[in-house]
Every structure is written in structure tokens, then in C-alpha cells.
Design a protein around this ligand. Structure first.
Ligand code: HEM
Length: 263
């Protein structure tokens, strides 16, 4: 075998292994994001005035350090980073962290906060929750269950997070009564299944909230109509707190967000 052929073989093998490794990492990530019993932490930060006064290379080096921290935790923690800056006065950046143990989320965030960038970040909000199996959908009519299988949109532009606290009456009404109200809730959402992707986290006892609701969409007009519709259903009478804070940000590649923070 000539050296040239051997070299080509090594390069091709490395490429295939790299691609397979990446595909495996993405499959693991998708699985983690779908499983029940996964802990999520939404950590929201605002960069200090001092951060923006640092020179650009120093900020770029601090951002490179964050990338390394994310890579170091890749076997335990899945991290999504979203940009809030410009759409929010209170916050610049949202880290959405998932893992099988809340302590992994905490360890990642501790390392993040003690990094060069982290030292310049003020913690604005932190929400904690856990994913669970469906509570009400199994009792819904088959037609609605089929509708709910509509594939959600991919590669959306915007992310929205709405924490919610229910009132005592909600929790004290029977499962049947709540199921009926959740069916009415779901009926009002069917028109938006193609444009709004959603994920629900349960927070009672883990945070001051009962739920953290998370959405991705490219159509904010649809999202606005969806929420307006949901505010009119009976279940909404039991939303003691809806948002406040509500987070709106964009979904961009991590490198682009770091680049914006370094500019
Ligand atoms: C396309 C949009 C949406 C769809 C298809 C949808 C559908 C559903 C379904 C099927 C459930 C019941 C899950 C189960 O069986 O456990 C649910 C629960 C819930 N949804 Fe929505 N929803 C949407 C949008 C929203 C929005 C915009 C909010 C509020 C911002 C919201 C808040 C909630 C909450 C708090 C629960 C949990 C209720 C509980 O378990 O007591 N949803 N949603």
C-alpha cells in the first residue's frame, strides 16, 4: 500500500468516525430531550457594564473558555444557549441545561460562573424543572391524540419560556375535571402544532413555579394568537402567575452567540 493511499484511508476513517460520533451525540441529545425524569435548569444572565468595556480579544478568550467548559460536560449535560440581548432589558443570555441529575446542572453552572465570562455575568433568573410522562393526553379522544402527533417545526428562529404557577383550586379539583380543562386547552392549540414546538417541565417543589413551559417557533404572530386563545379557556382561570418573567430570545449557533458577546 502506497503512503499516499494509506494517508487517504486514515483521513477518510477519521472523517467517518467524526461524522458517526457527531450523529451519535445528536441522537443521545434528542433522546435526553425526549425522556421523562430529566432535570432542566434555565439560567438567565446579564453581562456587566465592565464586560462590554473589556477589549475584544479578552472577551473572545473568555468566550473560548466557555466553549471548553461546555465540551468538558458533554457526557453529563446537554447545554443550549439562547440570545435574549436586545429583546430584553433584564437579560442577555439563557443557558438551558439538561441532565439526569440536578447536581450535574449545578456543577456545570458553577464552572460557568467561575469562568472569566461568568465572573462578569449577573444571575437574573434561574428556573428548575423535571420532564414527566403525559398526565392527561392518554384520556383524550383518539382523534385529538392523532392530531398531537403532527410533527413540530424544525430549525425555528425564536425561543419563548413561560413559567406558570397554578392556584390551589386547580390542584384540589379531581383528575377528571382537570382532564376536561386540559382537553379544552389542547383543542385551542391544534391550529398551531405545525408552527410551534413545545416542551413542558414540572417544577412544583423544585422551584416557586408549578410548570416551566418552553416553546420554539419562527412565527411569533402565531404564538401571540395561540396564547390569546389559551387565555380564554377555563384552565387559564387557574393560572395564578403566567410568565412574569416571560423570556423571548433567538435560537442561533453557539459560536454566533459567543461572537456577539465578543464584539
Ligand atoms: C402548540 C401549542 C400547545 C400545545 C399543542 C399544548 C398541548 C398541551 C397538552 C396536550 C398538555 C397536556 C400534557 C399532559 O397530558 O400531561 C399541555 C399541558 C400544559 N400546557 Fe400546553 N400546549 C400548547 C401551548 C401551551 C402554552 C402557550 C402554554 C402557556 C404558556 C401552555 C401551558 C401548559 C401547561 C402549564 C400545561 C400543564 C398543565 C398540567 O399538567 O396541569 N401550553 N399542553
Amino acid at each position: 500500500m502506497s503512503m499516499r493511499y494509506l494517508y487517504l484511508l486514515i483521513v477518510c476513517s477519521l472523517f467517518v468516525c467524526g461524522t458517526l460520533g457527531q450523529a451519535q451525540a445528536e441522537a443521545d441529545r434528542d433522546k435526553l430531550l425526549k425522556e421523562p425524569g430529566i432535570y432542566a435548569t434555565f439560567a438567565v444572565y446579564k453581562a456587566s457594564e465592565q464586560w462590554w468595556q473589556m477589549d475584544s480579544p479578552a472577551r473572545a478568550a473568555a468566550c473560548a473558555e466557555i466553549k471548553k467548559i461546555v465540551e468538558r460536560y458533554a457526557d453529563r449535560v446537554t447545554v443550549d444557549v439562547h440570545l435574549l440581548r436586545g429583546l430584553s432589558e433584564r437579560a442577555d443570555i439563557l443557558f438551558r441545561v439538561h441532565s439526569k441529575e440536578m447536581i450535574h446542572n449545578q456543577n456545570f453552572l458553577l464552572d460557568l460562573m467561575s469562568s472569566q465570562l461568568g465572573k462578569q455575568l449577573k444571575s437574573v433568573d434561574t428556573f428548575n424543572g423535571i420532564t414527566k410522562t403525559l398526565n392527561y393526553v392518554p384520556t383524550f379522544p383518539d382523534e385529538l391524540k392523532t392530531e398531537l402527533k403532527t410533527p413540530p417545526p424544525q430549525a425555528s428562529t425564536y425561543v419563548i419560556v413561560v413559567p406558570i404557577r397554578k392556584d390551589a383550586k386547580w390542584w384540589n379539583s379531581g383528575q377528571g375535571v382537570r382532564s376536561d380543562m386540559m382537553k379544552e386547552h389542547t383543542d385551542a392549540t391544534v391550529a398551531y402544532l405545525k408552527t410551534v414546538k413545545r416542551k413542558l417541565y414540572h417544577s412544583s417543589g423544585l422551584d416557586d413555579w408549578d410548570f416551566i413551559t418552553y416553546f420554539e417557533t419562527s412565527k411569533l404572530d402565531d404564538f401571540n394568537n395561540l396564547v390569546t386563545g389559551l387565555l380564554k379557556v377555563k384552565e387559564n382561570q387557574h393560572n395564578q402567575v403566567f410568565g412574569d418573567p416571560l423570556l423571548l430570545g433567538t435560537i442561533r449557533p453557539f459560536d454566533e452567540i459567543l461572537d456577539i458577546l465578543s464584539r
